[in-house]
Write a protein that binds this ligand. Structure first.
Ligand code: ZN
Length: 245
């Protein structure tokens, strides 16, 4: 079992393993955690998200269950690290959290059958798929609503693929300490292998790419000043505060 981090240390980006108050970098260096600033848990060329992958969540927004995985992208420019602020955009009056388990891809992948799909998984982290719900509806598609700068908190750490049991992993979201989402990956409509097969039948996944697996029921609004935490058993807690534009 290992907890991996990406950090900025002086002007260098370092990937390594968190060991108490130390970070053991891949190049052998040892860095004090207090001297390093967390970065988003991955540096993807793309962030592929699965919409409506929990039945109870599809229902709460009045949507029919999808007959195939529903995919959309978030831009890498939306990424922020644990502890960085989410900026509430002036264009929206209804910004929601969506706590999600996220996959970090480990190898270049195209046309991967479901039976071999988990071989491309490097590890797992936590994503908050922040969404301007009013703009998602008004725009008729989701690019702007899900793509604002700061709308993709990712981290704080990532863990090895073997450390997460997709058949039973709890995903919770808290706003100012109140539990708003309490789901479990056992309730995925489309399993991760099916999602990976579906994605890679369409386009190539690159090492470092992120797949966010969808959010359980309980989505809702956040306000400026709120603190939002997404907690996933076996990974940790992703914490961000909302600030005014
Ligand atoms: Zn989502």
């Amino acid at each position: 079992m290992a907890t991996h981090v990406r950090v900025r240390h002086h002007d260098r980006i370092v990937e390594g393993i968190l060991d108490g108050e130390r970070i053991r970098a891949e190049d052998g260096a040892v860095i004090a955690r207090s001297e390093a600033a967390l970065l988003p848990a991955a540096a993807p060329s793309k962030i592929v998200c699965v919409g409506r992958n929990y039945a109870a969540h599809a229902k709460e927004l009045g949507n029919a269950l999808p007959s195939a995985p529903l995919l959309f992208f978030k831009p890498p420019s939306a990424l922020i690290a644990d502890g960085e602020p989410i900026v509430y955009p002036a264009q929206s009056k209804n910004v929601h959290y969506e706590g999600e388990l996220a996959v970090i891809v480990g190898k270049r992948a195209r046309n991967v059958p479901a039976s071999r799909a988990l071989e491309i998984v490097r590890g797992y982290t936590i994503c908050n798929d922040v969404t301007a719900r009013d703009l998602q509806k008004a725009d008729g598609q989701w690019t702007r609503a899900k793509g604002f700068d700061t709308f993709c908190p990712l981290g704080p750490v990532w863990v090895d693929a073997a450390d997460i049991d997709l058949a039973d992993t709890r995903v919770r979201t808290l706003v100012n300490g109140d539990v708003r989402q309490d789901g479990n990956t056992r309730d995925f409509i489309f399993s991760l292998p099916i999602v990976i097969e579906y994605i890679t039948a369409a386009f190539t996944l690159e090492p470092g790419d992120v797949i966010s697996t969808g959010t359980p029921e309980g989505v809702g609004p956040m306000q400026v000043g709120d603190t939002v935490e997404v907690s996933i058993d076996g990974i940790g807690t992703l914490t961000n505060r909302l600030i005014a534009p």
